[in-house]
Structures are given as C-alpha cells and as structure tokens.
Design a protein around this ligand. Structure first.
Ligand SMILES: Cc1cc2nc3c(=O)[nH]c(=O)nc-3n(C[C@H](O)[C@H](O)[C@H](O)COP(=O)(O)OP(=O)(O)OC[C@H]3O[C@@H](n4cnc5c(N)ncnc54)[C@H](O)[C@@H]3O)c2cc1C
Length: 481
C-alpha cells in the first residue's frame, strides 16, 4: 500500500513535471517555419502565416481575436503584401504574418476616387480602372505590389508632378492594436493618418483606402541626352511643363563611363487618342530593354554597354514610343528578375535636392565603381514635396535615384553592400537628402536620424498607440526600438 502510495505520488510528481514541461515546451516548441522576402536574405522563423480570405464582419472579428491572442502571447503581428521590401519589414519573427488576398476595387467616377481593400495588388487595380478609362494617379514602377503596402512605404512613382502615393490617398480605415477601427484622413484622426503614411505597418493594420484616380490616356515618349551635371535643373524644368505627364531619367552604368551620360525621357499626351484606348498590356515598353539584355550586365561590362546602346540609340529609333498610361504602369517585376541563386538583386534609393544633383553624381562616381556588387541600373524620378508623412523622405522637392545592384548572397557580398550603403547615405545626408527605408537595414541609427528628422517622434507616437509593441518587425528593432 505504502509503495503504491509512493508510486502514485511519484507518478503524480512526474506527471506534474511533464505537464509543466509540456506547457513550457508548447510555448517554446510551437512548430515554426521560415518566411523570407524578395531579397532572400531574411529567413525569418514564423509561427503562423494567415492568408485572410474571410471578408466583412467575419474578417474584422477574426482579426480582433488574433490580435488579442498575439498580444497575450507577446507575439509580433506584421502585415505583408508582395513582401518585396528587403529588410524583413513584412516579416514577423516568431509571430503572426498576415496577408490579404483582395482583388476587387470600387471606383466612384463622379468623385475620381476608388475604395480599395489594402491587399489589392496594382495589377488588379489597373485592370479594373482600365476598363472604365481610368488609371492610378501614383504608384511604383511595377504592378506586383499591394496598395496598402504602397501607402505603408509611401512609395513614389514616375507620373508627374506628384508627391509620394500618400498625397493621392484621401482616407483609410485603420485597425489599431486594441482592435478598434478608426477612419483616418487629413481631417479625422490626422495624426494617425500621417503616422501610417510611410509608417511600415507599425501603427496598425490598414483595412482599406480611398485613392484618387485620373483619366487613362495615350502617351507619346520623347527621349533626349543630357549632361549628367545639368540633369537636376533640366529634369525639374521638364516636369513642370504642363504637357509632361510622366518622366524618368537614366544614367550610363558601365564602369569606364559610370554616370557620365544621362538620358531624360518624358511622356505627353499623344496627338491622336484612339477611341477606345488599347487595353492595358502587362509588359510595358518603359525599360526599353529585354530581360536578357538586362541580365547580361551581371559580370560583363560589354553587357552594360550593349544595354545602354539599346536603350539610348536603338529603342528610340525602332519603337513607336506610344503606350497608354496604364500599360506603362503595369510592368511586372518579373521583367527584370534574377534566377542565379548565388546572387540577389538589391535596391537602394536616394532622394536628392535637385540643386545638389551634380554633387550627388560626383559622390556616386567615387563610391560605387570600387564596390564588388554589380551596378545594374539607376532610374531617376521626380518627387514633389510631402508635407503629410511623419517619416517623410521628401519634405521638399527631390530627385529620386532608384538603384539596382546585383550582389552575392555570402557574407562578403553583404559586407561590401553594407559599406557601400553607409558611404552613399553619408553622401546624400551631407547634401540635405535622404535614403529610402524599404530596403536592406544597412543604415546606422545616426544615419536614420540624419535623414528622418521625425524618427524619434515617430517612435514615441508608435509606442503611444501600440504600447504593447504588437506591430513590430526587424526595421523597428534596428532603427526605432
Ligand atoms: C523591382 C522593384 C521596384 C520598385 N519600384 C519602386 C518605385 O518605383 N517607387 C517606390 O517608391 N518604391 C519602389 N519599390 C519599393 C517598393 O515600393 C516597396 O518595397 C514596397 O514595400 C513593395 O510593396 P509590397 O507589396 O512588396 O510590400 P511589403 O514588402 O509586403 O510590405 C511593405 C510594408 O508595408 C506594410 N504593410 C503592408 N500591408 C499593410 C497593411 N494592410 N497595413 C499596414 N501595413 C502594411 C508591411 O508591414 C511592410 O512594413 C520597388 C521595389 C522593387 C523590388
């Protein structure tokens, strides 16, 4: 009897210990899997990726429950769309990653606006706007990205003379960490509207947005060669001409002629507007080069030379230069995609005061050619002043230099990229400009503050609205925590 009691007591003790271990273990050993973003450099252990197919009230109720559970378990929650940001800004370490596979927008032609769920990708929005003769006012140069994500990075595009995407958003619905939903605009909850614009999902989940649309139009391209040192002034002048509706520039990237030639491309309404306009085509002629020529630049100076020749001489001669606004905006990222798994394409972006553009070019000529990474492309854009976003990258008029590098994915490639980035940020900060946040987290914290005057105010406001730090990701940890 005594031994039986002992055995029972021992069993009970072991059982309790096992239960305790099991309970602790279940928190620690919950099955995880790895998510990554387009850089392929951010493998991130994640507990759950919830693709939210439910709609309406059910979506809201389920989201609220998930936020509550995540808060109780101290797990981060991060929304993503195409997950093309490159510093894990769309990933939740040991947390909940959300995606909204939305596809349908509601246009209101009387008010030139459409309501779109945040998860809608631009290719779907464009397809629906195209059918009714409209076009997005501003978006990125590629159509794979999510509309809510575009607001969350406050992307800019190449239609002119616009500021970033946020300038074309009239209102949105935001779910806070508490589960409360607030209507935000320049008139209502304006502080949250300004924080969420370019706020990288750190203040709440954007549910849907009201976005301005413009008429689709048939455009005619004009390309001219310009001295790089004069590009800043010439570009701003061209953009301000009323007839210019879209504009970009390019610089030569062959090491021997690095940034020594510039091309400026503008689009104005074509003299003849076919009725109806041709339907949107999803392989725009904007780049003027095929994927094959573009990829031949990696490791081959002759490839860079051939690409520049194709773009500046051959294409303007043989192509009509005619396209609708929507076709120009609908370019898929796949047009330039890398398939070499030992390398990855990494973007950088710098926002330069136009009157300091020549100095920026001089700094790039000094910093970029010695880097080990292959420099594939730079596209130049115009960004009008942004007086809305707390984390504004263009508080005044800027020329955006969007750069694409191909680097190896090993630590040597990473170190080379980190050092190049630090030098470029120091250079642009010294000219009064800024760098763009959705890419690699290679900036130093002091560089973030040098380029974003409100960085600390942003972090403080985020903590006020989300005291439990439910919405957080690697960029929060690296730059703001
Ligand atoms: C090939 C290429 C071309 C590009 N061209 C341009 C360009 O022309 N102009 C430009 O400005 N940028 C450009 N970018 C950068 C691009 O705009 C950003 O990387 C953007 O984040 C991509 O959208 P996404 O759907 O992949 O966003 P994701 O990477 O999925 O998300 C970006 C951020 O938005 C947040 N977010 C997403 N959805 C929501 C939501 N519903 N609520 C709250 N937060 C949310 C995420 O948490 C994350 O922090 C380019 C990038 C690439 C790779």
């Amino acid at each position: 009897m005594g031994s039986q009691v002992l055995a029972t007591r021992r069993e009970a003790l072991l059982g309790a210990a096992a239960l305790a271990a099991g309970a602790a273990g279940s928190a620690k050993t919950e099955p995880r899997f790895v998510m990554n973003d387009a850089s392929r450099l951010n493998p991130t252990p994640t507990i759950r990726h919830w693709i939210v197919r439910e709609n309406g009230d059910l979506r809201i109720a389920l989201l609220r429950r998930e936020l509550k559970d995540a808060a109780a378990a101290h797990r981060p929650v991060v929304v993503g769309a195409a997950r093309h940001s490159m510093g894990a800004q769309s990933l939740a370490r040991d947390g909940l990653a959300l995606s909204f596979p939305d596809a349908t927008i509601e246009p209101d032609t009387a008010n030139s606006v459409y309501r779109t769920p945040a998860g809608v990708r631009w290719r779907d929005a464009i397809a629906q706007l195209d059918r009714i003769g409209y076009s997005p006012a501003v978006m990125q140069s590629n159509a794979d990205f999510g509309v809510g994500a575009t607001f969350s990075v406050n992307a800019h595009g190449w239609p002119v003379p616009y500021g970033p995407f946020g300038s074309t958003v009239r209102a949105l619905r935001l779910m806070l960490a508490s589960g409360d939903i607030l209507e935000c605009s320049r008139d209502k909850n304006a502080d949250l509207f300004r924080l969420a614009m370019g706020g990288y999902g750190l203040v709440g989940i954007i549910l849907d947005l009201d976005v301005a649309m413009v008429k689709n139009v048939h455009l005619q391209r004009t390309a001219v060669m310009v001295a790089p040192e004069e590009f800043g002034a010439r570009f701003v002048k061209a953009v301000r001409e009323q007839k210019t509706l879209m504009a970009y520039g390019r610089l030569s990237v062959e090491r021997a002629r690095f940034f020594h030639e510039a091309m400026m491309v503008t689009y104005a309404a074509a003299p003849k507007q076919p009725q109806p306009l041709p339907a949107v085509a999803y392989e725009s002629s904007m780049t003027g080069v095929s994927r094959k020529i573009y990829r031949a630049q990696v490791g081959h100076e002759y490839g860079k030379k051939a690409r520049w020749l194709a773009e500046t001489v051959l294409d303007p001669r043989i192509a009509s230069g005619l396209a609708t606004r929507n076709s120009l905006m609908a370019e898929p990222v796949a047009n330039l995609a890398n398939t070499d798994m030992a390398r990855t394409d990494i973007l950088h972006e710098y926002f330069v005061p136009p009157d300091r553009f020549a100095d920026f070019i001089a700094a790039c000529r000094r910093i970029i050619p010695p880097a080990k990474a292959e420099f594939l492309n730079v596209t130049l854009r115009y960004v009008a002043p942004d007086s809305d976003a707390v984390l504004a990258f263009a508080p005044q008029e800027r020329i955006a230099a969007v750069m694409s590098f191909s680097q190896t994915t090993n630590p040597e490639g990473e170190t080379d990229m980190l050092l190049t980035t630090e030098k470029l940020i120091d250079a642009v900060a010294g000219l009064g400009g800024a760098f763009y946040l959705p890419y690699r987290l290679h900036a130093r914290r002091d560089q973030v503050r040098a380029c974003y005057a409100n960085a600390d105010a942003f972090a403080e406001a985020k903590r006020r609205h989300d005291p439990g730090l439910l919405f957080r990701h690697a960029m929060w940890d690296a730059y703001f925590a």
